[in-house]
Design a protein around this ligand. Structure first.
Ligand SMILES: [Fe+2]
Length: 236
């Protein structure tokens, strides 16, 4: 499996504090059947504003440690980019990292309690450049929870959706769980990822897979953690 949204790099945001914690997370991921993690530190929100340089240096260091400790996980570059009006320029300049640096997909974070109207303009401008925004955990956004039409409009505009595994298992409460199930049922989500931040909230997807399988069946669930994600990270 691929984990497309994970705060795996140490000391950059509200993810692991030390390399030791990052390695513990990678071990947990490998034990759960994950072979590739996209490192997605926060960019442009109050938690952190990591630079591309910091992300790339962090990956280099972590990969070296993974080889040393014989942990079979590949780490790819990315960012969880908070919505802003400058986002498109930042992505074009490479200041904000696209997933696996391919300039095809970004992981886009919205505020938790609203969907700013200018998101449609940002989506349109990204699509013009051939970039698809994947909205991080829309099921946790209270406006999307309250109105099913919002996510439909975002997908119609060209965005994709990433559901967080812990929403499906109920760890973020009943509203997020209900919304995640609705997004799956209506075919609006294309990815399930961990959004893991620490060894206490490890990058494991098995429990979420069990829950998703009950909702959309095994075949669709596997696509959400394997083939859809593989397509997003693929080399040309
Ligand atoms: Fe995140």
């Amino acid at each position: 499996m691929v984990d497309l949204h994970c705060h795996i790099l140490p000391g950059l945001d509200d993810g692991p504090k030390t390399l030791k914690e990052s390695l513990a997370m990678c071990r947990a991921a490998a034990a759960d059947g994950i072979h590739t993690i996209v490192a997605t530190p926060h960019r442009g929100n109050f938690v952190a504003d990591t630079t591309a340089k910091q992300v790339l240096a962090g990956i280099k260091k972590l990969k070296k440690a993974l080889t040393k400790h014989k942990i079979k996980i590949d780490i790819l570059p990315g960012h969880e980019i908070h919505i802003s009006k400058d986002l498109v320029q930042d992505v074009e300049k490479g200041v904000a990292l696209t997933i696996n640096n391919k300039k095809k997909y970004i992981l886009l974070e919205l505020p938790f309690h609203s969907v700013p109207f200018y998101v449609f303009d940002v989506i349109a401008r990204l699509k013009e450049k051939g970039i698809t925004p994947i909205i991080a955990h829309p099921e946790r956004n209270t406006q999307i929870q309250a109105d099913k039409r919002v996510m439909k409009r975002l997908v119609k505009a060209g965005a994709s959706a990433q559901i967080t595994g812990d929403s499906l298992t109920g760890k973020f409460g009943p509203a997020a769980r209900r919304s995640a199930a609705n997004l799956l049922k209506s075919g609006l989500a294309s990815i399930i990822a961990s959004d893991s931040h620490s060894p206490a909230r490890p990058p494991a997807l098995s429990e979420a897979i069990t829950e998703a399988t009950k909702i959309v069946g095994e075949k669709k669930t596997r696509a959400l953690v394997e083939s859809n994600a593989a397509e997003i990270i693929k080399e040309e």
